[in-house]
Write a new protein. Structure first.
Length: 211
């Protein structure tokens, strides 16, 4: 190997060592930050798993309390649950037990206080709360609670119930008819809505004849 080549390699090595000395702190800091981020992510994931397991245990304890008929204790357990899926399920279960015990106003208060963490659970809470409000003679509040642009058959059915309770038959007919468009022929829910539609003076659309 030529002397010039050896000098070039030595010079390149010196440059690398100089660069490493100048940037050592940054490299070590970046590595430490990366390790810290990985540790933080794993810790956060572990915390979420632990919290979910704890909430599941609390939810099961609530169900056991409801089965024993201790509604006041169950309400305290619901309030102690962290916000999330179990919290919403617990509120729905408590409201159902309160309604079965003749405590409709308490069930309404329970559902009003619920904090659903997803669109599906939010819709279920809204529908059940709206039904209770209609039963309590507060159909206008029920209508305000339910989205007017919804295409969900269950939501539309409840809106139809609210309009019917208010004596607004044309609006009830429209809501029931729209609900039917999202249901299969012969489904139990469809039969119920068709009956409600008939009660407000409407008639289900006849299926188109097949050629």
């Amino acid at each position: 190997m030529a002397i010039d080549d050896l000098l070039d390699e030595h010079e390149q090595g010196e440059r690398v060592r100089t660069w490493l000395r100048d940037n050592a702190a940054g490299l070590i800091g970046g590595l430490a930050l990366g390790l810290l981020l990985i540790w933080g992510w794993r810790w956060w994931q572990a915390q979420r798993v632990q919290q979910s397991m704890q909430a599941g245990t609390q939810y099961q304890a609530l169900i056991d309390t409801l089965q024993s008929g201790k509604l006041a204790q169950a309400q305290a357990q619901v309030e102690a649950l962290p916000a999330g899926t179990y919290d919403t399920l617990a509120a729905l279960a408590l409201a159902e037990a309160q309604l079965a015990a003749g405590q409709r106003d308490a069930a309404i208060a329970t559902l009003r206080a619920a904090k659903p963490d997803g669109a599906e659970t939010a819709a279920i809470v809204e529908q059940r709360l709206a039904r209770l409000l209609i039963d309590a003679g507060k159909a206008k509040e029920a209508l305000a609670l339910l989205p007017g642009d919804s295409r969900d058959p269950e939501t539309l059915q409840v809106r139809g119930d609210a309009f019917s309770a208010l004596g607004q038959k044309p609006q009830a007919q429209a809501a029931y008819s729209q609900a039917l468009t999202g249901l299969e022929v012969g489904s139990p829910q469809r039969n119920v809505i068709e009956l409600k539609l008939s009660e407000v003076g409407g008639a289900p659309a006849q299926p188109e004849a097949r050629s």
